[in-house]
Design a protein around this ligand. Sequence first.
Ligand SMILES: Nc1ncnc2c1ncn2[C@@H]1O[C@H](COP(=O)(O)OP(=O)(O)OP(=O)(O)O)[C@@H](O)[C@H]1O
Ligand SMILES: [Mg+2]
Length: 334
Amino acid sequence: MPEAAVVTVNLAKHYKYLKAVDGISFEVEENEIFGFLGPNGAGKTTTIKCITTLTRPSSGKIEVFGANVVQNPDKVRQSIGYVPQSLSLVNDVSGYENLLFSAKLYGVQGSVRKERIERMLELLGMKDRANDVVRKYSGGMMRRLEIGTALVHQPRLLVLDEPTIGLDPQGRRVVWELLRRLVKEFGITVFLTTHDMSEADELCQRIAIINHGKIVAIGTPAELKHGVGGDIVVLETKQNPETAAKILEKEQGIQISTVGENSLSVIVESAERYVPAIIGSLSSNRIQVEAIFAQKPTLDDVFLKYAGSRMEAEEVGGDWRQIKQVRRAFRKMG
Ligand SMILES: Nc1ncnc2c1ncn2[C@@H]1O[C@H](COP(=O)(O)OP(=O)(O)OP(=O)(O)O)[C@@H](O)[C@H]1O
Ligand SMILES: [Mg+2]
């Protein structure tokens, strides 16, 4: 059994009346890529802040490689590299200087600093651009450099908060490749957050889905999709899909998944077996089906099953940060 990189037991973080993280328990195994998937406001960053010792949990326990975040924060910090949600680079100096700054900050000894940074630049594929100022880098290069700055002290655990947000598909792939290499070649453990289902699906060995501060499902992407329990059948109809849904929900073995403007999707144990019954039942109620197709469940369906809705952000009115931003903007307007 590999050692657990992170053990979290009943972790909660409350802000006044808001339960940002509401009693979650999970383990990140050493040398895996573990994904924390959830919509805006789900509690992902708050969980990360607790793990990285940036904020104190209201209750519960977290250990990072056996060290408790509250009792032994220095030890925890030494073993973690952290890439925050918003860019953390110094823009008007070079990539090299950013790495050097980070190495000094993390207390990397002077005698090994230069060599460490050279190796990092090689790993990041940025040797030829090392002396350019960061503001001239592409978004993808900035993200890679940021990951580099979190690695100069050779942590065992790399924690990244939405590492690919704002990147194009090519930029995302480059970051994924880098993370995979870190795990495979350097034995690092990766904990990342994302609200991108396909990213979680492709990159992570295991995923926890978080919504409103609670973990609603946890497992490998395959296990989670299997847990949806069958196939998804999507029907297109020009008539009202709500009516079609009402008819189908009375049938045994058919579970309504989503109802759209011109379409409807249902979950059945086996598409092959249920499609004739679906068409039969609708046509006997004079509902014409324009198209029908079956697909295997995606993580989106997993989220829908366990969280009870599609993955959507919390309401704007409930987010204190947005309220603050709006207030600030008003004040500036005088
Ligand atoms: N310092 C704070 N004080 C009060 N409320 C906070 C604070 N930090 C976060 N929150 C609230 O806690 C909840 C969870 O926020 P968090 O930043 O953890 O979400 P998230 O999953 O990271 O979302 P996003 O995808 O938008 O980054 C939100 O409702 C947020 O407004
Ligand atoms: Mg966040």
